[in-house]
Ligand binder design. Structure first.
Ligand SMILES: Cc1cc2nc3c(=O)[nH]c(=O)nc-3n(C[C@H](O)[C@H](O)[C@H](O)COP(=O)(O)OP(=O)(O)OC[C@H]3O[C@@H](n4cnc5c(N)ncnc54)[C@H](O)[C@@H]3O)c2cc1C
Length: 819
């Protein structure tokens, strides 16, 4: 065994081997992989080998597409067959909401180039003659289906061996029966790994240890939110009907998924494999995989399987005549949102995770591709925010992860409504005034562990969401909240904002080096600043306020806490000239906005609030009622006169009550996240994570006014210079969508020109309740960005006419904000 390598991959499942393969392909060949047993000994050997392209996530969809394309060409490249059966994949729908889900997915599929067809029940029967189209009480009628002609299934062990061959022939080494036992950081900064076969040091470590992710993480002090859940499938004996069908010349049947009954079914040697996602499947190994569990399986749990078996027999009666050969019940890694953890570990340099894969056979190719890109180039080639390990925070303790993973597992086949809010492990993190907000009728959602009020049900209105891809029960009330904010005054509790304090003599220069805008030099000034990737994409958005001498207050998205904090801490200069503190949990934030907001706040403070004394885009430290040291920032995300009040958390109750008391005469009320979404859409405000991502530069995002190309340097400047020289390819647009009756755009819809050519994608959308327009924002090829351009947008399968509007269709001159 070598004693030193550039990259050491720990874990020889399909994911680890794919990472090794892709690193080698990128020319980094001084690399090795260690595996405690033999390759595929973890979950890989017993996987069913399905390769579903279907995924609602724009990022994961791209990873899966890459995998399927790679697996097709791998045999020719390596000489190793992978048993890829490109049978196609058929997802059945038995209700309108399911068809809506498929149509919503089709928008994403269009934008990433995945081939698909939405087909009729008759076509289902043609493709799958052994299926019952149904129509009785216990077997609902199939109303349509989604067909992927390109995917199918593969032999996971053969795939791993092909990747191994490719990696080895490029020079990578693989050491089996070699377990990582402990890891230390050497004085040189390199990682020193003690293994069962001796020590090996490495510049970079990749953890790809599947079910062992938590114990491997612990070797480095990381609490990795990946805990496996039991997953089983049944292997059937030969099926006489299937055999007869094949003897008649029938081609191998597509992988069949009856989503509404939560199972998949595929052919296996003239028999079947039936895999359900059952209710009640338990999480396992929360404290680590015990020594006795090697290539083992759990005993099958028939009781959990029965409802799915019965449903499958009704849909495919041929199943009734087959005996069961085997039940495979193995651990399948999960994370609280069901997507894997691919990217840098937080708090440690040169440690990378490729963990938490529940569709790891499908994702291995794509995850290895992008992780290798990230390690070698310093950043990934596509937007990876949806799988970045830092999208979770410290709140993902063991019980949270166990509870959420079990919920995610049983929800694999539930309809993924865009407004879905899953109930388990809640409430976890709450604002101090949660109870007071709850008493005002809040209907709660959750993000980054925080409870956030989505909307408020007036007295007598049921406090529930009816999740939908279309306008739903809360539409009217969200509209009322939006109008309240525009016409009177509203409060939004944005306590979850990520907040950092940056102090010291080096603070200004350091912050300035990170962002494209000029960091404010005068006390009381603030600036919207974007940290870019080296390719010029938007990695973070910060509102940076100079709150005192050598003291900056840096606010960013609530869901970006670990992601931003990790970046800031990792880029901190070593000379101790800058102090950095994450103060997210020590300050709360209420947004007070609307035309009456000045009158309300004036009752609580002696600080003059008139325009001359407290202009838009400035900040002051004020007293508000009994609360002291309140940072009042005259900005907001809704485009109204108002202040964000960032207060020491201990004043939350007092300030909340005082604001409502003072606001009584001014019709103050609570406003939820959905109304905020409507209001920000009317102002064309881009949201980090959906409208601002590493896929687009700030020039493409038409954020030119926040980019100071004259600055000496900032990360990403060279890429922007290149883009300016070559011409900015895409431009941000706001669109009015015409003739929408009940399905507004929500993001990830493809945009077409009048000749039907796809020329962009919407990244967000919502109904603008005050403008009474259905709105979308997104990116189009630059030549289509002028106001007045007529485009088309595909919403749930229907082409709608859309017109490019001037930016900020509501109050384009910002008169409200300056009022
Ligand atoms: C019943 C079942 C059916 C499935 N069907 C499908 C499917 O059809 N399609 C699909 O895409 N996915 C499927 N999956 C999921 C798939 O199996 C996993 O997502 C995938 O195998 C994960 O691969 P991996 O490389 O991340 O992990 P693993 O295959 O578990 O590999 C991790 C490796 O790390 C090694 N290791 C751990 N700790 C150490 C250490 N300290 N030192 C050295 N080595 C270490 C382990 O021995 C193991 O070999 C299925 C899973 C189950 C349980």
């Amino acid at each position: 065994m070598k004693s030193h390598v550039r990259v050491l991959v720990i874990g020889g499942g399909v994911v680890g081997v794919s990472t090794l393969y892709h690193l080698a392909k990128k020319g980094w060949t001084d690399i090795a992989l260690i595996e405690r047993a033999e390759l595929t000994a973890g979950s890989t050997w017993h996987a069913a080998g399905l390769l579903p392209l279907f995924n609602m996530s724009y990022t994961v969809g791209q990873l899966h597409k890459y995998s399927v394309d790679l697996y097709k060409r791998l045999p020719a490249e390596t000489g190793q067959d992978v048993s890829f059966h490109a049978t196609g994949n058929l997802r059945l729908a038995t209700c309108k909401e399911r068809m809506d889900e498929y149509q919503k997915y089709c928008g994403t599929a269009n934008t990433i180039g995945v081939p698909f067809e939405v087909i009729s029940p008759a076509r289902v029967k043609e493709l799958w003659p052994l299926v019952e189209l149904g129509g009785s009480a216990d077997t609902p009628a199939i109303v349509g289906a989604l067909y992927h002609p390109d995917d199918g299934h593969i032999a996971p062990a053969d795939l791993t061996m092909a990747l191994r061959k490719g990696a080895r022939s490029a020079g990578a080494e693989i050491y089996e029966q070699t377990e990582a036992l402990s890891i230390e950081r050497a004085a040189s900064g390199e990682w020193s790994v003690r293994t069962s076969k001796g020590d090996i040091s490495a510049e970079h470590l990749v953890l790809a240890t599947g079910n062992y992710a938590r114990q491997t993480g612990r070797l480095l002090g990381l609490n990795v939110p990946a805990i496996p859940v039991e997953h089983q499938y049944i292997v059937y004996e030969e099926s006489p009907e299937l055999k007869a069908y094949r003897q008649r010349g029938g081609r191998e049947l597509a992988v069949l998924r009856e989503s509404d009954e939560s199972y998949y079914l595929r052919e296996e040697r003239l028999g079947w494999i039936l895999g359900p996602y059952e209710k009640g499947a338990p999480a396992r190994f929360a404290d680590g995989v015990p020594d006795w569990f090697g290539r083992n399986l759990f005993p099958g749990d028939l009781e959990r399987l029965v409802p799915h078996v019965e449903a499958a027999q009704r849909r495919v009666p041929a199943l009734e005549n087959c005996g069961i050969k085997d039940i495979v019940n193995g651990p399948i890694s999960y994370t609280p949102d069901g997507s894997p953890l691919i990217g840098p570990a937080w708090g440690l340099s040169n440690v990378w995770l490729n963990e938490g894969h529940s569709f790891g056979i499908t994702a291995a190719g794509g995850s290895g591709w992008q992780l290798a890109e990230w390690i070698v180039e310093g950043e990934p080639g596509i937007d990876m925010l949806a799988v970045d390990p830092r999208r979770f925070g410290a709140y993902t303790g063991k019980r949270y992860v166990v509870t959420k993973n079990e919920e995610t597992y049983r929800s694999v086949f539930t309809i993924h409504f865009p407004d879905e809010e899953r109930p388990d492990a809640r409430p976890a993190k709450t604002s101090p005034v949660y109870d007071k907000i709850d008493a005002k009728g809040a209907v709660w959602g959750q993000r980054y562990g925080w409870e956030r009020a989505n909307w408020f049900a007036p007295p007598g209105v049921e406090r529930t969401d009816r999740w939908s891809f279309r306008r739903s029960n809360y539409f009217e009330y969200v509209g009322n909240e939006a109008r309240l904010m525009r016409e009177r005054a509203g409060i939004i509790d944005l306590t979850p904002f990520t907040k950092h304090e940056v102090t010291g003599p080096g603070a200004e220069n350091w912050l300035d080096s990170l962002v494209a805008n000029k960091v404010p030099a005068k006390i009381g000034r603030m600036a919207l600043c974007h940290a870019l990737t080296r390719r010029g994409g938007i990695r973070s958005e910060f509102t940076i306020t100079k709150i005192a001498d050598q003291h900056y207050y840096v606010v960013s998205a609530g869901a970006a806490e670990r992601y931003d904090s990790d970046y800031l801490f990792k880029t901190l200069p070593a000379d101790r000239s800058v102090g950095l503190r994450n103060i997210t949990n020590t300050r709360g934030c209420f947004v007070l906005a609307g035309p009456n907001s000045r009158k309300i706040l004036a009752q609580l403070t002696d600080t003059p609030l008139d325009n001359a004394s407290f202009p838009w885009l400035t900040a002051q430290i004020i007293e508000a009622g009994l609360a002291v040291d309140v940072y009042a920032l005259r900005v907001n995300f809704v485009g109204a006169l108002g202040w964000e009040l960032h207060f020491p958390i201990e004043y939350a109750h007092h300030l909340f009550d005082a604001l409502f008391e003072a606001g009584k005469a001014h019709a103050i009320g609570m406003v939820g996240m959905r109304a905020m979404e409507s209001l920000r859409m009317e102002k064309s405000y881009r949201m980090w994570g959906s409208d601002m991502t590493p896929d687009y530069t700030p020039l493409e995002a038409s954020l030119d006014r926040f980019v100071r190309m004259k600055k000496d340097s900032f990360i990403g400047k060279a890429a922007l210079e290149q883009q300016l020289a070559a011409g900015v390819p895409n431009r941000f647009v706001t669109l009015e969508v015409h003739d929408v009756t009940d399905a507004d755009p929500l993001g990830n819809e493809p945009l077409f020109d009048q000749r039907g050519r796809m020329i962009g994608r919407a990244t967000s959308g919502y109904y603008g309740h005050c403008l009474k327009k259905s709105l979308a924002i997104g990116y189009v090829l630059a030549e289509f960005a002028s106001p007045g351009t007529a485009l088309e947008i595909l919403i749930l399968g229907e082409r709608k006419q859309a017109t490019v509007l001037r930016e900020s269709p509501y109050d384009p001159d910002n008169n409200d904000l300056r009022a």
